[in-house]
Design a protein around this ligand. Structure first.
Ligand code: PRE
Length: 255
């Protein structure tokens, strides 16, 4: 959650926020796994939308972002659109979001990589093959999951700012030397990453299980999706991309 006041982010508070965001991502995985792959959703040749060239998922994401931009979504520095080109300005009164980040943060948006990873890597792991015709609903599930993953990854900007403020003397020389590898090493906590992966898989197991009234049967039924998909998502893409955002942010931090 964005904070209105200055200096309210700490390493503990941003980590807590990341933990809460895990829930949103796992619910998003469950919601998308409800539908089969529905490949027409992603097929540019299938969608014949007058005045629009692209797939159905692009149509839903672009148009929803347009509405949400007018409603003020992107005035929050935690939010980054997938299609920033030609987005309308907000039409609502502004909220005094914290100016915690360095202004360079605004130029970091790695949603092109998030989008590619989602379609190419995650969906084949998550969705069973098949077609039930629910393409609009599928695209809507894709959108909320994409937004949750994107928010988590770009939250790396806040994590990096906190780390920089905690130890500028360690970060500044590496930033000035543009030492990406050194920065990556300094911001990495292998044991935290392992805890995150394990917790995510546990949450996915718990949230994905059938709940009955007979507690003896809880957890015995079929899971709503394979919980290892959640931990693989984090291990292979979410954590590495969050770290990439941190490095990009730090490189702009002393400009
Ligand atoms: O908690 C941190 O320190 C983070 O930078 C977040 C995160 C993550 O993406 O979960 C990324 C890098 C660290 O190695 C550990 C965890």
């Amino acid at each position: 959650m964005a904070k209105a006041e200055e200096n309210v982010y700490t390493l503990a508070s941003v980590r807590e926020d990341l933990i809460r965001q895990e829930d949103t991502i796992i619910y998003g995985l469950i919601e998308r796994a409800k539908f089969p792959s529905n490949s027409h959703t992603y097929d540019e040749k299938y969608a014949q939308i007058p005045g629009f060239s692209g797939s159905l998922v692009e149509f839903v994401v672009k148009n929803t972002e347009d509405v949400q931009a007018k409603a003020g979504r992107y005035t929050n520095p935690e939010e980054n659109p997938f299609f920033p080109e030609n987005l309308p300005p907000t039409s609502v009164p502004s909220y005094p979001f914290s100016q915690f980040l360095h202004p360079g943060a605004a130029s970091i948006n790695i949603n092109k990589s998030v989008w590619k990873m989602y379609l190419r890597d995650l969906l084949p792991l998550l969705a069973t093959s098949g077609d039930d015709g629910n393409y609009a609903q599928t695209a809507a599930a894709d959108l909320s999951l994409l937004q949750a993953i994107s928010r988590r990854i770009h939250y790396g900007k806040f994590v990096a700012e906190v780390k920089f403020r905690d130890a500028p003397q360690d970060y500044e020389p590496l930033i000035r030397a543009k030492d990406r590898e050194g920065l990556m090493k300094l911001l990495t906590f292998a044991s935290v990453e392992e805890t995150v992966r394990k917790r995510v898989e546990k949450k996915a197991t718990v949230f994905g299980q059938e709940v009955g009234l007979d507690s003896d049967n809880d957890g015995k039924g079929k899971s709503k999706f394979d919980p290892t998909v959640a931990s693989r998502l984090y291990k292979n893409w979410v954590i590495p991309l969050t770290k990439e955002v941190q490095v990009e942010y730090l490189l702009r931090r002393v400009d």
